[in-house]
Ligand binder design. Structure first.
Ligand SMILES: [Zn+2]
Length: 342
């Protein structure tokens, strides 16, 4: 399995020759009725030699935006000049997707904690193994698309291990404003593939259970930019997002949590800047006789936000990260210009 000397892409059970595109349904497990559980895979093997890259989505079954990103790349883009091979995996967690839920319905396992998987192990690790050995291992790098967890949303950002220079190159090429530097938990596709020498980043975009076209379009620009960086598509160019902040473990950042239960009214949306002391939200009781004001503990950017406006004490409200002074100034100017309609 992998790329042959002639440039064919091979997987267990098939081969995609140079200049060929194949849509396949690949069996990764079986249902209680003994029917195959099959994931959709599109392999586009370009006429010209180049890197092999995977695009994957919905390892959390209710995170839909990435599915549309990949389907558009695979089936709408003109890839007649593609140099290299794209392995498109729009729905990894098919049982979760069918149930419209995050985890595999089998004991609520997290497929994205089951990589690289193992033969003869649990059902989720067997699925992960089939996916990983056939479609991830042959690749030179990969993009894994996610959204926020149900009830929350986030601005588009990349998560990547920026201490790895190959991952750094990939994350930078994607061209988002915000990159969160972290090494990727054990069992995640990003973490395991990156440690295996297949630089992989996750792209977090918006919320679960939705198609958000403006986020899908912006993410497609990121994919184009990556394909330009690795010289897979000569028609596209590497983009610079105007400003960039890399949020490391040392950066000032926090999930602001509710200290009271109640109904939440947000004063800011994700992607906005707030200054220290600004009101982020108010939490009220059903009679509006009791009001708790939640303020920003420091100045920063709201990367993620609550969408479902109800909280128990301890529930996260928003993800706030501090920017360095210069970036803060640039972002503020840009947001002012946008607000003024310039
Ligand atoms: Zn996810």
């Amino acid at each position: 399995m992998g790329m042959t000397a002639e440039g064919d892409f091979t997987y267990n059970g098939g081969r995609v020759g140079v200049g060929e595109t194949q849509n396949i349904r690949y069996g990764i497990s079986e249902t209680y009725l003994g029917d195959p559980v099959r994931i959709p895979v599109t392999i586009i093997n370009g006429e010209d030699p180049g890197p092999t890259a995977f695009l994957s989505a919905a390892s959390h079954g209710d995170e839909l935006n990435g599915i549309e990103v990949i389907r558009e790349v695979a089936h709408e883009w003109d890839l007649s000049d593609l140099a290299g091979t794209l392995v498109c995996l729009p729905v990894l967690n098919v049982p979760g997707f069918l149930a419209q839920q995050r985890y595999l319905p089998i004991y609520d396992r997290d497929l994205n904690r089951s990589f690289p998987g193992r033969e003869g192990s649990t059902s989720s690790k067997r699925m992960a193994h089939r996916i990983y050995t056939n479609f991830i291992e042959p690749c030179d790098f990969g993009l894994d698309f996610h959204t926020s967890t149900r009830g929350r949303t986030n601005m588009i950002h990349v998560r990547a291990d920026m201490t790895d220079e190959d991952v750094y190159r990939l994350a930078s090429a994607f061209g988002t404003n915000v990159i969160i530097d972290s090494d990727g938990a054990d069992g995640t596709l990003r973490g395991e593939a990156s440690r295996d020498g297949i630089p992989t980043i996750t792209i977090e975009m918006g919320e679960a259970h939705r198609f958000q076209q403006h986020l899908i379009d912006e993410t497609l620009d990121g994919v184009k930019s990556v394909l330009a960086e690795y010289e897979m598509l000569s028609t596209s160019t590497v983009r610079w997002p105007g400003w960039r902040t890399i949020i490391s473990n040392a950066s000032e950042k926090t999930w602001i949590r509710a200290d009271v239960g109640g109904i939440v009214h947000m004063h800011h949306t994700q992607g906005e800047l707030v200054e220290e002391g600004d009101t982020i939200c108010t939490i009220t009781n059903p009679f509006k006789t009791d009001r708790t004001v939640v303020t920003a503990p420091f100045s920063g950017l709201l990367v993620g936000n609550l969408e479902n406006p109800v909280v128990f004490p301890g529930n996260p409200i928003c993800h706030l990260v501090a920017l360095d002074e210069q970036t803060h100034r640039v972002v503020k100017q840009r947001q002012q210009k946008t607000a003024d309609g310039l």
